[in-house]
Design a protein around this ligand. Structure first.
Ligand SMILES: O=C(O)c1ccccc1N[C@@H]1O[C@H](COP(=O)(O)O)[C@@H](O)[C@H]1O
Length: 219
């Protein structure tokens, strides 16, 4: 099975085009104003049109309310909703029912205890995204360029597709996939020259590196 690659935090036509041409499976748009990658609804609409089914469009939100999600549905028509906040199991179920799109729930990881939430989310989400737990004083719950201890997922038995993120780079993604056996990788900071500024060469290098790890992936 081919490793899924998601390039997250795209905010310009040029870098979106680079990600599409390089073969990204998923392209992520951040709708979270404190993030340096935040896009307005208008920009999301414009970038969404550019995708033209060449990749899955992922809307990243953080504890968004229904009105916000309604607006994002209208503007981007995402293929996947990435819930990257503290959404409860009930809220994830509710969003999936109300908006009728597959949901990828981000689970923050810093220690083995963080995996206790998995049975609950696995019952309602379509995919799990393991990301490094952000420090308490962080301005956002992800997109910080820091990895977590991938060995925490070494013996994971999860009956659901999952991806890994947090501090990935072209140089370390093979190791992350080898240890976690994730079916996909998600990156933002690692393909940037500054927060929010995507670097086309790094996007291409990351996707090239991901394609080279194909045989390591199992889920
Ligand atoms: O990218 C952001 O700004 C962001 C903001 C709020 C929540 C999540 C965010 N990004 C996600 O964080 C991870 C890790 O990113 P990085 O490669 O370590 O920078 C990734 O899943 C992004 O989708």
């Amino acid at each position: 099975m081919s490793l899924l690659v998601k390039i997250c935090g795209l905010s310009t036509r040029e870098t979106l085009q680079t990600a599409l041409d390089a073969g990204a499976d998923m392209v992520g748009f951040v709708f979270f104003p404190p993030s340096p990658r935040h896009v307005s609804l208008e920009t999301g609409r414009d970038l969404g049109r550019q995708v033209k089914k060449r990749a899955l469009k992922v809307a990243l939100t953080v504890d968004a309310d229904d009105a916000t999600l309604d607006n994002i549905m209208d503007a981007l028509s995402p293929d996947i909703l990435q819930l990257h906040g503290q959404e409860s199991v009930a809220r994830v179920r509710d969003i999936k029912q109300k908006f009728g799109r597959p949901v990828m729930k981000a689970v923050p990881v810093a220690s083995a205890g963080d995996l206790a939430v998995l049975p609950g989310y696995a019952a309602v989400a379509d995919r799990i995204l393991f990301d490094a737990r952000a420090p308490k004083d962080a301005t956002r719950p992800g997109g910080l360029g820091t990895p977590f201890d991938w060995h925490l997922l070494e013996n994971l038995a999860l009956d659901l597709p999952y991806m890994v993120s947090g501090g990935l780079q072209p140089q370390n993604l093979a190791e992350a996939v080898r240890i976690t056996r994730a079916g996909g990788v998600d990156i933002s900071s690692g393909v940037e020259s500054a927060p929010g500024v995507k670097d086309p060469e790094l996007i291409k290098a990351f996707i090239r590196a991901a394609r080279a790890t194909r045989e390591l992936s199992v889920r």
